[in-house]
Write a protein that binds this ligand. Structure first.
Ligand code: MSP
Length: 471
C-alpha cells in the first residue's frame, strides 16, 4: 500500500453520558478531528471513531436522578454529544454507542472467547468501588476517605465477579511499551505507565454482580460486563462490520491522562489474550483547569463548547481551544484570555489581514492568477514543513504558530511597503501577500475548514463577509 492511500484509524475516548458534553470532551474530539482532516488532506484513508459510553452504575444513577429510564436518558445525552460535534464541525467517520445491539453482541462474543481460552476465572471481590471513576480502588487512592477526583466516599462492595488474568500479560506489555511497539507519548505519560508495573497490578474484574444496566455476561446472566471492558471494546467492535475490517488495528488512541491505565495496560492485555493486534500509538494529552480550578458541576465552572461557538463562532472556537497550551501538557483556560486571543489573533490578526489584502488587490485590480512570488517572501516550503512536523508530533499550537508567522510577515511587509501609496512595487507586494494568503488558507484547512474556504473564495471572487468581528 502506498503512503497516500494508507489506512489510518484514530479514536477518541467514548464519553460517559451521565452529563452533557463540555469543553473537556470537545478538546480531545477536536484534536482527533484536526488530525483526521490533516491526514485525509494528504490522501490517507482515515477512520475516525468517537461515541458514547452508556452502561454501568454511574449512568443508571444519573438516569434515575433525572427521573428517566436508562435507555431514554442515554438516547437524550448521546444525542447532545452528536449535536455538539456537529456544531463544532467534527467530521467523524462513525459514532458508536455502547448500547448499540451490534456492539453488545460483539462484546459478549469477545468475553466468551476469553473464557474459552482460559483467561477468565470466578472469584470474590471485596473492597472499595468509586462509581464516579467506575473503578475498584484501594484505601491508598483516597484522600480523607474520599476519591480525590469525585470528592465522595467510595462504596464498600463484596461481590462475586469474573476476573481476567491480567497478571499473565504484564511482563509482555511492559516490554512492548519499553520497546516502543506500543508507543506511548509524551514521555512523561510513558513513564507514568511504566511506574504502574513497578507498583504491581492485580487481575481485574470483567463483570459486576449488582449492576443491572449493562451487557449480561452470556454464561452467568446474574452478572453484567464491567463497564470499562465493555467500553474499551468499542474500538474493536466498531470495526467488526464488513466495510471496516481493514482499519483494524488502531493507529492512534487519543486519551486524557485520567484513563491512561485503562488504555495502556488493561486494553493491550485484553487484546493479547484474544490474539488481536495491539494499538500502535497512544497519545495522552493534559487536563485543563478553568481559572486555576478543576472544571466541575459543583464549582459551577463547566464550559459548554456550544456557548463558546455562540460567542466566537465555530472556527474561532476550534482555534481558541487548541492554542491555549501545548497539547501534551496540563494547562488553564480563562474566558478573559479567550477574548484577548480572539481579538489579537483572529480579529486583528487573520481577519484584518484578509480584508486588507483583498481590498488592496481590488483597488489595484489584481488577480491571483497574474501574481508570482518574489524573493521577498519567506520560503513557503519551509513553513509547510514546520507545520507538518508540528502536527506529526501533536503540537497543534506550534503548527498554528507557523501559520501566524506568515500572517505576521504579511502585516509587516504591507506596513513597510505601503502599497496604498502607489509606489512602483505595489502590485508585487500585494501579489506576494495574496499568494501567501492562499498558503495560509491551505494550511488552515484542517483547523478552520470554513474560514479556509471563505478565504479561498474571496481570493477567487473578491467578495465575501469580513471575518472575525471584534468582541
Ligand atoms: N467513558 C470513559 C472513557 C472510555 S474510553 C474506552 C471516560 N469518559 S469521560 O466522559 O469521563 O471522558 C474522559 C475524557 O474526556 C478524558 O480522557 C479527556 O479525553 C476528556 N476530558 C474531560 N475533561 C477534561 C479536561 N478538563 N481537560 C482535558 N480533557 C478532558 O472516561
Amino acid at each position: 500500500m502506498t503512503e497516500r492511500n494508507r489506512k489510518i484509524y484514530i479514536t477518541t475516548p467514548i464519553y460517559y453520558v451521565n452529563t452533557k458534553p463540555h469543553i473537556g470532551h470537545a478538546y480531545t474530539t477536536l484534536a482527533a478531528d484536526v488530525l483526521s482532516r490533516y491526514h485525509r488532506l494528504t490522501g490517507k484513508d482515515v477512520f475516525f471513531l468517537t461515541g458514547t459510553d452508556e452502561h454501568g452504575a454511574k449512568i443508571a444513577q444519573a438516569a434515575e436522578k433525572n427521573g428517566k429510564e436508562p435507555q431514554e436518558f442515554c438516547d437524550e445525552i448521546s444525542g447532545l454529544f452528536k449535536q455538539a460535534w456537529k456544531n463544532l464541525g467534527i467530521d467523524y467517520s462513525y459514532f458508536i454507542r455502547t448500547t448499540d445491539k451490534h456492539h453488545e453482541q460483539k462484546v459478549a462474543e469477545f468475553l466468551i472467547a476469553l473464557k474459552e481460552k482460559g483467561f477468565l476465572y470466578e472469584g470474590d471481590y471485596s473492597g472499595l468501588y468509586c462509581v464516579g471513576c467506575e473503578k475498584f480502588i484501594t484505601g491508598k487512592d483516597l484522600i480523607d476517605g474520599q476519591c480525590p477526583d469525585h470528592k465522595c466516599a467510595p462504596e464498600k462492595v463484596a461481590e462475586k465477579n469474573w476476573f481476567f488474568k491480567l497478571k499473565e500479560f504484564l511482563p509482555q506489555i511492559e516490554r512492548l511499551i519499553n520497546e516502543g511497539r506500543i508507543l506511548i507519548q509524551p514521555e512523561k505519560a510513558k513513564q507514568e505507565v511504566l511506574g504502574l508495573f513497578k507498583q504491581g497490578l492485580d487481575d481485574i474484574s470483567v463483570s459486576r454482580q449488582n449492576v443491572t444496566w449493562g451487557i449480561k455476561l452470556p454464561w452467568d446472566e446474574k452478572q453484567t460486563i464491567y463497564v470499562w471492558v465493555d467500553a474499551l471494546l468499542n474500538y474493536w467492535t466498531a470495526t467488526r462490520q464488513d466495510d471496516r475490517q481493514d482499519y483494524w488495528p488502531v493507529d492512534l488512541h487519543l486519551v486524557g491522562r485520567d484513563i491512561l491505565k485503562f488504555h495502556c495496560v488493561y486494553w493491550p492485555a485484553l487484546l493479547l489474550a484474544a490474539g488481536l493486534d495491539l494499538p500502535k500509538q497512544i497519545f495522552c494529552h493534559g487536563y485543563f483547569t478553568i481559572n486555576g480550578q478543576k472544571m466541575s458541576k459543583t464549582i459551577g465552572n463547566v464550559i459548554d463548547s456550544n456557548d463558546l461557538i455562540t460567542k466566537y463562532g465555530l472556527d474561532a472556537t476550534r482555534y481558541l481551544l487548541l492554542t491555549q497550551f501545548p497539547f501534551g501538557n496540563d494547562g488553564d483556560i480563562s474566558l478573559e484570555r479567550l477574548d484577548e486571543k480572539y481579538n489579537s489573533d483572529l480579529a486583528s490578526g487573520l481577519g484584518n489581514l484578509v480584508s486588507r489584502v483583498l481590498t488592496l488587490a481590488n483597488n489595484l485590480k489584481l488577480q491571483i492568477a497574474d501574481c508570482e512570488l518574489t524573493s521577498r517572501v519567506p520560503n513557503l516550503e519551509e513553513a509547510r514543513q514546520k507545520y507538518r512536523l508540528a502536527l506529526d508530533s501533536f503540537q497543534f499550537n506550534e503548527a498554528l504558530a507557523s501559520v501566524w508567522d506568515l500572517i505576521g510577515f504579511c502585516d509587516k511587509y504591507i506596513n513597510d511597503e505601503k502599497p496604498w501609496e502607489g509606489r512602483d512595487n505595489s502590485k508585487e507586494v500585494v501579489g506576494d501577500t495574496l499568494l501567501v494568503l492562499r498558503e495560509i488558507a491551505d494550511l488552515l484547512k484542517a483547523f478552520m475548514p470554513q474560514t479556509s474556504d471563505k478565504i479561498l473564495n474571496r481570493i477567487e471572487n473578491g467578495k465575501g463577509d469580513s471575518l472575525f468581528p471584534r468582541i
